[in-house]
Design a protein around this ligand. Sequence first.
Ligand code: FDA
Length: 403
Amino acid sequence: MNQENFKTLFDLVVIGAGAAGMMCAATAGQRGKRVLLIDHATKLAEKIRISGGGRCNFTNLYASPQNFLSENPHFCKSALSRYTPQDFLSLVKRYKIAFHEKHKGQLFCDDSAEDIIRMLKSECDLGKVEWRMPCSVQSLTKAESGFQIQTDQGLVKSKNVVVATGGLSIPKIGATDFSFRIAKEFQLKVIEPRPALVPLTFDASSWEPFVPLSGISLEVDIDTGEKKNKAVFREDLLFTHRGLSGPAVLQISSFWQSGQVIRVNLLPEIDLAQDLIDAKSTTKKNLSNYLAAFLPARLVDGLLLAHGFDGALRIADMQDKRLRLLGEKLNRWELLPNGSEGYRKAEVTRGGVDTRELSQQNMMVKQVPGLYFIGEAVDVTGWLGGFNFQWAWASGAAAGASI
Ligand code: FDA
């Protein structure tokens, strides 16, 4: 990549060549701005490459502000409405990238996430974006007109700087706290970052009865048990050795706070207590065999054991009180996670640069003209399902279009 022109003045330096950074650089470059993209990684856009199981769930057809978490839920509206899933889809179609809808509006590449990386790189090339990669940024300071960026390849000057270095998830592929450090250096508030879209764990002794269920997956309703502002998701749940995972748990993990229970309905279409009481007069089956019509047999046996029920008992011989208790356990199973798998496994970071510090039109820091934060670095976190990339594209395009 081009190593020339260190001391010349750029219109824009984007730090972080991930999803948001490349979108921003391409947008500004194609508007005739002189843009430099800096990234410390040796390989371009690793997070896009590994996303969506290697096929990149690049947007969601139904993305709307309700699909995002933030201390300031209105903030994302402007950028999302000006760069929509259809806008990104037009780009994907222009590059003839084959894609499909998996479900619930989630669009994936047919072949590989590499197609999206190549497309964004080509868009940057169209905008004559210059690159420093791998290149580490040592400091970012405000100068009289613009900014000075000290890198391990020399000093760079720019009228504008966009920080697009993402969140803390998956440090082994290059995630750092750079964006939060820079925000703090410029005295900006940062909403405490924490892992989100992440498997939840339980203490070893309370989870022991469920360890044999590891590998079982089923569709459930899941919520945080809160009465107000309750989020409920119907998605697949996966039992693991250390706890719970799968889309249902990843979704609820973004809402979950330490000390809070999560509530799982293993039979969302059935009022089990009522069904069991009604079945007393119509079935000769025992509990295990009866429940095996609704749930995998291994799960039934494991759950009955864990909750202290004898699967060999005939339903007809059981007291209504016991059947109600079993209904409660399976329809409203309350679990108290002791934590999560952390940034090692989290798909995103919740929290980040406080949106009240930024213009919702273009992501510029209100108190520091010319400095911008975009993408996951900002306190806007999407649900699972292509929403986080849509935020990366929309916030990147908003900043790139305003420079
Ligand atoms: P992103 O992380 O993409 O880019 C940040 C860039 O900054 C990186 O290139 C990094 O190397 C660079 N950087 C970091 N620190 C630096 C420093 N100090 N100096 C220089 N450069 C630095 N979302 C979705 O919508 N659909 C999906 O299918 C998936 N799937 C998925 C799977 C997995 C396993 C993960 C971990 C995440 C996802 N996501 C996802 C989330 C999505 O990948 C994420 O939200 C976006 O990539 C965020 O885009 P950003 O550009 O903000 O950060």
